[in-house]
Design a binder for this molecule. Structure first.
Ligand code: SF4
Length: 74
């Protein structure tokens, strides 16, 4: 299995290492959530969920995805 889940309070992020093309967009654009020096390297509660979702949408490979565990905050 190359896909891992990173669960937060009301949001879950998925990372598929086989799809990642190592562009670095995730870590450069949102280091408070995506930090390769930390374990786990994705801090799902590190920023507002709508901001994380918008940033994940910029991942060029589709390696990152997400789902809301409850209604998105407004
Ligand atoms: S933005 Fe996507 S493709 Fe780029 S390093 Fe992050 S997960 Fe990999």
């Amino acid at each position: 299995m190359s896909k891992k889940a990173y669960r937060g309070k009301d949001f879950e992020v998925y990372f598929d290492s086989e799809k990642c093309i190592h562009s670095g967009i995730c870590v450069k654009g949102m280091p408070e959530v995506f930090d390769l020096k930390k374990r786990p390297w994705i801090n799902t509660d590190g920023a507002p969920t709508d901001k994380i979702a918008a940033h994940i949408d910029t991942c060029p490979s589709g390696a990152l995805s997400y789902r809301y565990l409850s209604s998105p905050s407004t």
